[in-house]
Design a protein around this ligand. Structure first.
Ligand SMILES: NC(=O)c1ccc[n+]([C@@H]2O[C@H](COP(=O)([O-])OP(=O)(O)OC[C@H]3O[C@@H](n4cnc5c(N)ncnc54)[C@H](OP(=O)(O)O)[C@@H]3O)[C@@H](O)[C@H]2O)c1
Length: 309
């Protein structure tokens, strides 16, 4: 039951890494109730450490569209931040693909928004989104964006570069590997470009978009410090005080490993995952800053939580 004047924001993927940051941000806003759409409400609730007020957890699966309109009913805005388990490594045998969960899920949420009369949709896309891309991850982000642009809803699309934070997998994975491994492995040349973005900065922009900022726009969003993958790893080494030799795994060798892994059960690795790892994720954040007026956290400051680990 909602209190009078309270608005509801429904968020698919609200139990995920980026989703949790958005949920925490929105739950702290005045007169806002957040509804996390999740396949497993109890498990999703448990992913939030401690009590979290103004948040409800509703069973919903974006790949099983029929019930979605009921799940989002009463909301004033939807945030799409769902992604399949184990991404970016697809597992078609289990239906875990960008096409089915990211693109198909976005189509289902758009249909639910229209059916339930919800006018605003915020979509978490990706820096390399491109309908023409040969890489499924980027192609289906591009197609999801197009579907949203053409849906007749008010929308804001964010295209994040690599997103980090105390609960992320990639940067924490690097820091964890540095703890235990005598060397550090980097995919490809290590020169792929990134703009690491603190997850709280993304959440702050999503909160502004829910208020109407960036309406009907697509915004690349990354941190203020462009860097290569190697430079990111070296920064993590410096902050954690764990310097290791950096060894590059050639792209061709990774692709060969991906080809073999695709023939094995279990979807441990794939050629598409290689494309994902070696892709450039730099972005022009000038339009974002002009529209949202945000000050983005420098990587060195944002990554300081690693120093204590
Ligand atoms: N992390 C990054 O650096 C980054 C960068 C650029 C773009 N992105 C994009 O940002 C979005 C969020 O990424 P993330 O890293 O936060 O992902 P994540 O931590 O893996 O979370 C994925 C979420 O998707 C939900 N989900 C999965 N399948 C679902 C289904 N069938 N129905 C409903 N919900 C489902 C999961 O919720 P339940 O398990 O509770 O159902 C989970 O909360 C993704 O679209 C990703 O491509 C991420």
């Amino acid at each position: 039951m909602t209190r009078t004047g309270e608005r509801i924001v429904a968020i698919a993927g609200g139990s995920g890494f980026i989703g949790r940051a958005i949920v925490r941000r929105l739950a702290g806003a005045a007169a806002t109730r957040v509804r996390v759409l999740t396949r497993d409400p109890a498990r999703a609730r448990a992913r939030f450490a401690g009590a979290i007020d103004n948040v409800e957890f509703t069973a919903a699966d974006v790949t099983a569209g029929a019930h979605l309109a009921a799940a989002v009913a009463g909301a004033t805005a939807i945030v799409g931040a769902a992604q399949f388990d184990g991404y970016p490594i697809e597992n078609p045998a289990r239906g875990l693909t960008f096409e089915r969960v990211d693109y198909g899920g976005t189509l289902a949420l758009i249909a639910a928004a229209r059916e339930a009369g919800i006018g605003r949709f915020i979509y978490i896309s990706g820096a390399a989104a491109n309908e023409q891309s040969a890489v499924a991850a980027f192609r289906f982000k591009g197609r999801a964006e197009r579907a949203l642009r053409e849906a007749g809803l008010e929308f804001t699309i964010f295209r994040p570069s690599l997103v980090y934070g105390a609960e992320d997998r990639v940067v924490n994975g690097i820091a964890q590997a540095l703890k235990f491994a005598p060397i550090m492995l980097a995919p490809g040349s290590g020169r792929q470009r990134l703009q690491p973005l603190l997850v709280d900065d993304l959440a702050a922009c999503v909160a502004l978009a829910i208020e109407g900022r960036g309406r009907n726009g697509i915004y690349a969003i990354g941190g203020p410090d462009p860097m290569t993958f190697d430079e990111l790893v070296r920064l993590v080494m410096e902050i954690t005080g764990r310097k290791r030799p950096l060894i590059h795994l050639p792209e061709a060798a990774l692709r060969a490993a991906g080809r073999i892994a695709e023939m094995l059960p279990g979807a441990l690795f794939s050629r598409d995952a290689v494309d994902f790892l070696v892709a450039d994720n730099a972005c022009d954040i000038a339009p974002l800053i002009a529209e949202f007026g945000v000050t983005l956290t420098p990587a060195r400051a944002g990554l300081q939580y690693l120093a204590a680990r």
